[in-house]
Write a protein of this length. Sequence first.
Length: 210
Amino acid sequence: MRLILLGAPGAGKGTQAEIICEKLSIPAISTGNILRKAVKNGTEMGKKAKAFIDSGKLVPDEVIISIIKERLAEPDCARGFILDGVPRTVVQAEAIEKAGIEIDKVVDIEVPDDEIVKRLSGRRVCASCGASYHTVYKPSADPTKCDRCGGELIVRKDDEPSTVLERLAVYHEQTEPLKDFYAARGKLVVVEGQEQVADTTALVFKALEA
């Protein structure tokens, strides 16, 4: 199963990707995590991406596509994969097609903007391993530490309210047109994001079986 997850920042794509990954035994490829790792490590690509990430803007297409090509060439992607956070634009989607990357289904998780702002204000991310939590919907056992590695939980700059509003504006302008792009190819399925993660998961798997 080769999947793409669509939805606004904070719609729950990363959380659902983790669940699908475990149930279908395929890797979840989160461009955001790859980029943040590059930024943290100070790589050449990380330095290029840092200014865009810090301001909530999109990272240039050539950087994104190069990351994806490299990652999907690894052995663990042979049986399928989930793309989380890419493509973000129709141009990127066309580049993915031109690169010969086949996609089976595109799952769009729909959540209203006001709910997105509420969700992201409570999000906490592990500074060490990148695991994501939420103070209400997915709390860690210790509010300050990661359940996986014990790393410090932080509020990312792009989860601050002012940056969230900027990210939502960018999403509606540049990423939302992907729904029409994939609908025209008969690959789009729409899921209404629920307050509880398990309820959204049930709808996602129902859509995948359709």
